[in-house]
Ligand binder design. Structure first.
Ligand code: PXG
Length: 478
């Protein structure tokens, strides 16, 4: 049977998504059949997905999604950690429309520039901490981290220190899925499928207290010990060969792992001591997630480079960027050609959408609200609800991001032997209860749109509780 689109007749959906007013063209079954026939999903086992069939998402507004069966789902993940201003903001659509009519595309390669990229750069310089006044653009977080590598190498070349090539990263960090992003990340299951990796990248252990602290170490002692692995690695390789350290201020895809308070100050001390660039991957943490504009501000350290994407445009259109600290920017600016760029670097439509998005975050005081109001409410509510839950061992997070650690014995930090399966069971209960909550192994993750109200937070937490209770019940734990 062929699934060529023109051969499929229009069928009125059996249950139109009335609340969402969707212009749905096909039935769920047709969508699934075509999807299975022609679409390879990212990070998926397509054989089993095609048998089960994907959920078809047709519409979104605020913090809610609707599927092709008319179910209303609350999005506890802001898409993939990106829809910071929530769905359905006209201002962003209008910015894209206006820009497409005015100047849909032009490049910035050969002595040209254009208003949207100029406005965006000036606005980012205003919103970012003082030393960040220059920005390089790309299309995604992965390309942002590829760009970071290019800038790091160019920086050391300008300093006459070409031997400084090695970049140190962390196991269970996530920095994207291009070859460079995937190599920088510390995901074993990705590395296994990557016979070609980028050279000169090495990994140290992550600051994951619940999962990896041995003996009686306090979180603070453990944070220091994990940071000092950086020093040990630098000494092993030779500081004269080490270019940079990169980390997410808190690990997102790795499980919303918040490092102990001692970790980042020690990392910064070590980077300064050995003259190594410090890179904060702000792809998830940036643009208000922690209640600060950038997550490194929450952890109080000062990186040399920041990688941006996701919340930069609230996911309405792809865009990534790298912010350069003045000392790095100066070296790049004053030393001739930097031979790096993408057709869509600073794309005018993406830049116009980013400007509209950042103005909403700023002018509607969305980031401040996360810091003083909805963030503290969300964190308190999670702790009240799950502090003594029989299968929750730890609650990590600040602002509107949280990781709930599933555990067999919360008090002794004993994890489930089959933690990944338990996470999947829990995620499926969420899914069936019309809550999007992501599972990473045995951690359940939440990162809702930053415009979420307290009432919607209550809805997420009560649905999460139902799903986690159901998981405990299925495991025979109460
Ligand atoms: N850095 C970080 C910290 C990220 O979280 C990237 C870089 C790469 O960005 P792009 O735009 O190239 O995807 C990311 C992306 C998940 C999930 O399942 C997380 C991401 C992407 C896809 C899935 O949690 N983060």
């Amino acid at each position: 049977m062929s699934y060529r689109t023109e051969e499929v007749a229009y069928v009125q959906p059996a249950q139109p998504a009335a609340a969402a007013q969707v212009s749905q063209q096909r039935s769920t079954a047709e969508y699934r059949a075509l999807d299975a026939a022609h679409h390879i999903h990212p990070f998926s086992d397509m054989g089993s997905l095609n048998k089960a069939g994907s959920r078809v998402i047709v519409k979104a507004k605020g913090v809610y999604l609707w599927d092709s069966e008319g179910n209303q789902i609350i999005d506890g993940m802001a898409g993939l950690w990106c829809v910071n201003v929530g769905y359905g903001r006209k201002e962003l659509a209008e910015a894209a429309y206006r820009q497409m009519m005015e100047l849909p595309y032009y490049n910035t390669f050969f002595k040209t520039t254009h208003p949207p990229v100029i406005e965006l750069s000036a606005l980012l310089a205003e919103l970012a901490p003082a030393p960040f006044n220059h920005f390089f653009y790309c299309n995604s977080g992965s390309e942002g981290n590829d760009t970071v590598l290019r800038i790091v190498h160019q920086y050391w070349a300008t300093q006459g220190k070409q031997a400084k090539k090695v970049v140190i990263s962390r196991k269970n960090g996530y920095h994207g899925s291009t070859i460079a992003g995937g190599t920088l990340g510390g995901m074993g299951y990705m590395h296994e499928q990557m016979p070609s990796k980028v050279e000169n990248i090495v990994h140290i252990d992550q600051p994951y207290y619940f999962g990896e602290a041995e003996g009686n170490l306090t979180p603070e002692e453990f944070g220091l010990a994990r940071a000092q692995q950086l020093e040990a690695k630098i000494l092993e390789i030779g500081a004269e060969n080490v270019a940079a350290f990169i980390g997410e201020p808190f690990q997102g895809a790795g499980g919303v792992i918040f490092p102990p308070s001692t970790y980042w100050p020690e990392i910064q001390r070590i980077c300064r001591k050995y003259d190594i660039l410090l890179v904060a991957d702000e792809v998830i943490g940036g643009f208000g997630r922690t209640g600060e504009w950038f997550a490194h501000q929450h952890f109080e350290f000062e990186p040399d480079l920041i990688t941006l994407a996701k919340g930069l445009t609230s996911g309405y259109i792809p865009m990534g960027a790298v912010g350069l600290h003045d000392r790095v920017a100066k070296a790049i600016i004053e030393n001739g050609d930097f031979n790096h760029g993408l057709t869509y670097s600073g794309h005018p439509v993406a830049a116009a959408v980013a400007v509209a998005n950042l103005k909403l975050l700023r002018d509607e005081k969305i980031v401040e609200r996360v810091k003083t109001d909805t963030g503290p409410y969300f964190q308190k509510k999670l702790r009240e609800t799950f502090a003594n839950h029989p299968i929750i061992g730890d609650i990590a997070g600040v602002g509107l991001v949280a990781g709930l650690q599933l555990a067999q014995e919360p008090k002794t930090r004993k994890r489930f032997a089959n933690g990944g399966d338990v996470g999947t069971i829990c995620r499926d209960f969420c899914f069936n209860g019309n809550l999007i909550m992501r599972a990473t192994g045995d951690r359940m993750l939440l990162s809702p749109p930053l415009v979420i109200t307290k009432q919607e937070i209550d809805e997420i937490v009560s649905k999460a509780k139902k799903a986690i209770d159901a998981t405990a019940q299925q495991l025979g734990i109460s």
